[in-house]
Structures are given as C-alpha cells and as structure tokens.
Design a protein around this ligand. Sequence first.
Ligand code: PMT
Length: 221
Amino acid sequence: GVGPDLAGLRLVVSAGGTREPLDPVRYLGNRSSGKQGYALARTAVARGARVTLIAANAGLPDVAGADMVHVQTAVQLREAVLAAAADADAVVMAAAVADFRPAVYASGKIKKVDGRDPEPVALVRNPDILAELSATRPKAGQLVVGFAAETDDVLANGRKKLARKGCDLLVVNEVGDTKAFGSEENEAVVLSADGSEHPVPYGPKEALADTVWDLVAERLT
Ligand code: PMT
C-alpha cells in the first residue's frame, strides 16, 4: 500500500447507476454495477481519507470506513452529492446518471391493453450534477472529477466533454457489452483541464482508482 497519504482530506464519490421510475414496477436504468466507484471509495479509505460514498443501486456490500448514502434516482443523487460536497476537498462522479427521466410517474402499474399500441414514454431532462458542481464549487478550491462513458471516438468525445462539463479531471473509459460495465477491470485515459493526459492500462479498477487519487492529491497540494 501507499500509506495514509490522503489523511485529512474529505472526499466524495458517487457510484452505480440511477434508476428513473416509470411506475411501481418499472424503471429506466443503465448497466453500471458500482464497482468502479466502490473501488475509488475503498482505495481512498485505505489511503486515510474521510470518504462519503453515494451509491445508486449498486447492490454491493457497504465500504467499511466510508460514510454510505444510498439513493435511486438522479434527483436524489443530486441532493446527496450537493449535501456531501459542502465540505469536500474533492468530488468524483463515477456514477452513471440518467440524462432523462420519464415525464410522468404512473402510481399504478401501466397495463397492457389488448389490441392497442403502447403509449410513447415522454422524457424530461435530469439535472447535470457534474456540470453544476463544476460551475458552483460548493467549497472553495474544491476539485471536481468526472467520468465519461463512451462507445466511439472515445478520446475526441472525452476532450469535448471535459470542456463542456468544466471539471478539473475527466476519466474517459470505453464502454460496451464486455467493457467497463460490471467487470473487475477497466482501462482509461485521465484528461486534465491543464491539457495533460494520463493513460491507465487495462487492469483492476483499484489501479485506476489509485491513479485518480494520485492526480487529485497532486492538484490539492
Ligand atoms: O459501475 P461499473 O460497472 O464499475 O462501471 C463503471 C462505469 C463505466 C459506470 C464508470 O467508469 C463510468 O464511466 N461512469 C460514468 C458514466 C456516465 O454517466 O458517463 P456520462 O459520459 O454519461 O457522464 C459524464 C459525467 O457526467 C459522469 O461523471 C456522470 O456522473 C456525470 N453526469 C452525467 C449526467 C448527469 N445528468 N449528471 C451527471 O453528473
């Protein structure tokens, strides 16, 4: 291990994927398992930080030594992240957040009607938590780190996303059927607002997490 080099820091990590309910039995969701975010929280605890892990539907055991907050939807995730960010030195958004949610929540199960086509599902925009944090910096000097899940033109899209979101670091990973989602390994390039780019070779999600914390620690001192 690297020892308690993050001691004294308050870090917030989001993990997992939001679920946006349609009715009491159905939701719009994504394939995030939470493993990358949990690896970030575990490594930060191991390195001595005070960690709040905000978990969306991860179904993983709580991280020992972290303050756990469990949420389901993007709106709930935003509330929890903003509350925890008030006194955080850095916030890392590893959660896969739904960009849209159903415009209407049906309080009863939506029924299939014989001979009739299904109603289209209208969607409305969810808040962009990463962009809001980057623009407001709830604590002065706070570092904001995003992830980007891309399927094509991975680096080019990542660079655009870094500029658009306004965060300090963006961890760009390719996602697909067998890539990143749910697996124990990941591969990424960490883009920095200062223009530097840090490739992280394919390996355990903890290794990527440790690189993220190295880059965060460098920028906080
Ligand atoms: O959970 P695993 O199975 O281990 O998989 C890990 C992962 C692939 C989910 C993770 O490494 C990852 O890429 N997380 C970010 C997924 C995502 O939502 O990417 P995005 O490109 O759609 O969003 C970009 C950034 O903006 C993310 O930091 C996201 O948290 C944030 N965001 C997005 C939308 C929104 N409404 N609010 C946000 O804050």
